[in-house]
Design a protein around this ligand. Structure first.
Ligand SMILES: [Zn+2]
Length: 273
């Protein structure tokens, strides 16, 4: 069977207070496309996986954009899952400098013990590449309070998925995310409430208008975005950019088919009687 990329949102919350109060889940994004990959497994990734029946042991790679807990918190336990409890040297960990080696006040967020377990541990800096067939990862620049933060362009069997992690909007960021099929933007702040180091709705609108992907998804909502309604923010972006824009929901899936991107919901498979 031909493989296609399937994304599941194990969380759509982000920023300190949405995470602390779990106003939305914060388990990051799970990609299945020949390999199973966790992108930014924040607090609760493991719990959210269990609730939709995803097996943690079937993990091939863990990708962490930077050293804030809403992005890295469950990475160590997923390393244990990926390596069958630390008994097999296998799997891949890709992370920012801060996540793996530390960067100023930030990190490292993975212990020496856990760094010794995967087969591959790689620090990703802008333009770093890593190939995990059929996927290829390329790190993109960011301008965030953790200065080593990266985003990721992922070449999948269904085209390029570009993940914009926490960042301020810069020309470099816009350039790095052009020419993708699906753009995922972390929108921490709603209309009229921009703060440094993060994307607001206006920023995401500008970014998406410039990059013109087939479809855009906003996620990683801060408390203010949740209060102001993510759907309202997505609609504003769609009107401004002319690009179909979806506000992610917890457990939403995106199936990147040949001619379309199907939005659905992941449901837990019923146990056989
Ligand atoms: Zn951050």
């Amino acid at each position: 069977m031909e493989t296609m990329a399937l994304l599941t949102f194990l969380g759509t919350g982000g920023g300190r207070f949405a995470t602390i109060y779990q106003a939305r889940a914060t388990g990051g994004i799970y990609l299945e496309d020949g390999k199973n990959v966790h992108i930014d497994p924040g607090p609760g990734a493991l719990v959210r996986m269990r609730s939709v029946g995803i097996d943690p042991l079937r993990t091939d790679a863990i990708v962490v954009s930077h050293c804030h807990p809403d992005h890295y918190m469950d990475a160590e336990i997923l390393i244990e899952a990926m390596t069958e409890g630390g008994t097999r040297k296998q799997g891949v960990l890709l992370g920012s400098l801060s996540v793996i080696e530390g960067n100023g006040d930030f990190g490292p967020s993975i212990s020496k013990y856990h760094l010794s377990k995967p087969k591959v541990v790689k620090v990703m800096e802008p333009l770093s590449k890593y190939s995990l067939k059929p996927l290829e990862f390329q790190a993109t620049p960011s301008a965030h309070s953790d200065t080593s933060t990266v985003g990721f362009r992922i070449q999948t069997t269904s085209g390029v998925i570009s993940y914009v992690a926490d960042t301020q909007l810069t020309e470099q960021v816009i350039k790095a995310h052009k020419h993708c099929r699906l753009l995922i933007a972390s929108v921490t702040r709603p209309l009229g409430q921009r703060i440094p180091h993060h994307l607001s709705t206006e920023d995401a609108g500008y970014l998406i208008e410039k990059c013109k992907p087939e479809m855009a998804v906003i996620t990683h909502f801060g408390m203010r975005v949740i209060q102001e309604n993510p759907e309202t923010q997505a609609k504003w972006i769609e009107e401004r950019s002319g690009v179909k824009t979806v506000a992610a929901m917890d457990f939403m899936t995106l199936d990147l088919k040949k001619d379309s991107i199907a939005v659905s919901n992941r449901v837990k498979p019923k146990p056989e009687k």
